[in-house]
Design a protein around this ligand. Structure first.
Ligand SMILES: *Cc1c(COP(=O)(O)O)cnc(C)c1O
Length: 475
């Protein structure tokens, strides 16, 4: 026990929070924040920032609330990095996992299978865009993207087009952090440094509805920017295996939203040039855009779809890469032909994750979660517009489903961004954390992406807090 004992008095990490260490164990005084920083390198963080803002030690969660070790409540309106779908510690999902863990925790997924995985596929297939019917499991979003890229290349390789080995992706795309996923990504913050290591990807430029180069607006355009895609296809389609998109919503780019027509046009172009269309629905799937999948808005199907995040309700790391019979068939042959997809992840098809994913679908169905979320989204968007649009520095409020983003700018007319060195978004984030609301802006885009079960009372509360903090910081 004494080895856990840490003197808090020399902690210069967070003096204000100094009582926070007391409640953990009555007999042992433990500075968890300090202990954390001794061992842990947090994701996507400049660890020096933690000197001023140490990690919040979360003890429990319920619904959209998280509670730290002092019992302070935080409203998780970013769904814990967009994955928590139905609230924390959901009794039904908890129950499903508990039941599964006493039966089978994990088993090798090559040559072995289990009821939870089969049941999940049978259920999920009913919701997927038409034609998607073969499920390949992995354990995180980036891994599903890697799989989609390799699968696309191999599909063409085995159907007489080995020259198709490049990929197209949207400007400002985000598809994850592993090297292949990072390469198709286009957010410099994450990928710029690693360029020497990355595939040479063909970038489809121009899709940026807030700063549209054609002077159009999101709801009244004919996707004039699509001419850029047409040019790229004319030039490069013969060497391209697949084009990958985040449908309708480019999350990490700053919750940029574009119209479904773009996807429709892209589908046509892909068919014309024999290029596969990969839908990265890792962030947009499971009702985030108001429909089960963002592709549903466009009424067309991709050739490959990647799912993760909401798939397990945000409970367990799991992803799937779903594809068509046609692609599956291109890999199906006698073993010695060497056409198999030799890709595996140790935790593929994990039964615990599958049991959570099945229960998520049951809850969506039983409780009509998505239609209700669509209703609530109208209210959420309305109060956000009312509260934030009057602010001088608010360039745009954009929304899709329950996702609402507020882009802060220096000048509303010219849409000139704020000076990024001021880290305005980060200042607002810190202030809001103090008041118990988790915002985690993308640069100077403040957004809400709450679990679908958020209620009006919390919508009012979190928007009030965000507004107050924004006014404080902007002065
Ligand atoms: C989060 C995300 C990924 C990566 O998923 P990880 O599980 O974090 O690897 C890929 N694409 C999109 C659109 C995402 O939002």
């Amino acid at each position: 026990m004494t080895s856990f004992f840490v003197h808090g008095k020399d902690s210069n990490l967070n003096k204000k929070n100094s009582q926070s260490y007391n409640n953990v164990r009555s007999e042992v005084f433990m500075d968890w924040q300090k202990e954390d920083l001794k061992y842990i390198w947090h994701p996507c963080s400049q660890m020096k920032d933690y000197e001023i803002l140490p990690p919040i030690v979360v003890e429990s969660g319920k619904g959209i609330n998280l509670y730290d070790v002092n019992g302070k409540c935080y409203k998780d309106v970013i769904s814990s990095w967009w994955c928590n779908l139905l609230g924390h510690s959901h009794p039904r999902i908890n129950g499903a996992i508990k039941k599964q863990v006493d039966t089978l925790e994990h088993v090798i997924f090559a040559n072995f299978t289990h009821k939870p995985a089969i049941t999940l596929c049978k259920k999920l297939i009913k919701y997927l865009p038409q034609g998607l019917c073969k499920f390949n499991f992995a354990d995180n979003g980036s891994a599903a993207i890697e799989m989609a890229l390799k699968m696309s290349f191999q599909y063409h390789y085995q159907t007489g087009n080995p020259q198709k080995k490049r990929f197209m992706a949207l400007a400002d795309a985000y598809h994850g952090e592993t090297l292949g996923a990072l390469a198709v990504g286009g957010v410099d913050l994450y990928s710029e440094l690693y360029k020497p290591l990355l595939l040479d990807v063909i970038r489809l430029e121009g899709l940026d509805c807030y700063r549209c180069q054609w002077g159009k607006c999101r709801d009244c355009c004919n996707c004039e920017c699509f001419e850029k895609a047409e040019e790229a296809f004319k030039k490069y389609a013969d060497e391209t295996a697949a084009v990958i998109v985040e449908p309708l919503l480019q999350g990490s780019a700053g919750m940029k939203i574009y119209p479904p027509l773009y996807l429709k046009k892209l589908r046509e172009l892909c068919d014309k040039y024999n290029v596969l269309l990969i839908a990265d629905e890792i962030a947009t799937g499971y009702g985030r855009t108001g429909k089960m999948f963002a592709f549903d808005h466009a009424g067309v199907s991709p050739d490959i779809m990647c799912l993760s995040k909401g798939l397990t309700g945000g409970y367990m790391p799991m992803s799937v890469c779903v594809t068509t019979q046609k692609i599956y068939d291109a890999f199906y042959d006698d073993y010695l032909k060497g056409k198999a997809f030799m890709h595996s992840h140790t935790y593929a098809g994990n039964p615990l994750a599958c049991s959570a994913a099945i229960e998520v679908l049951n809850i969506l169905e039983d409780e009509q979660i998505i239609p209700k979320a669509v209703e609530k989204a109208k209210y959420f968007n309305q109060i956000i517009k009312e509260k934030f649009l009057p602010l001088e520095n608010v360039g745009e409020v954009r929304s899709i489903g329950l996702i609402n983003a507020i882009e802060l700018v220096k000048n509303r007319e010219t849409k000139e961004p704020l000076d990024y060195r001021k880290r305005t978004g980060y200042q607002i984030y810190k202030k809001a954390l103090g008041k118990g609301v988790i915002l985690r802006p993308l640069g100077d885009v403040i957004y809400f992406n709450p679990p679908l079960i958020i209620e009006k009372e919390d919508m009012n509360l979190v928007t009030d807090v965000a507004l107050e903090c924004m006014k404080d910081v902007l002065g």
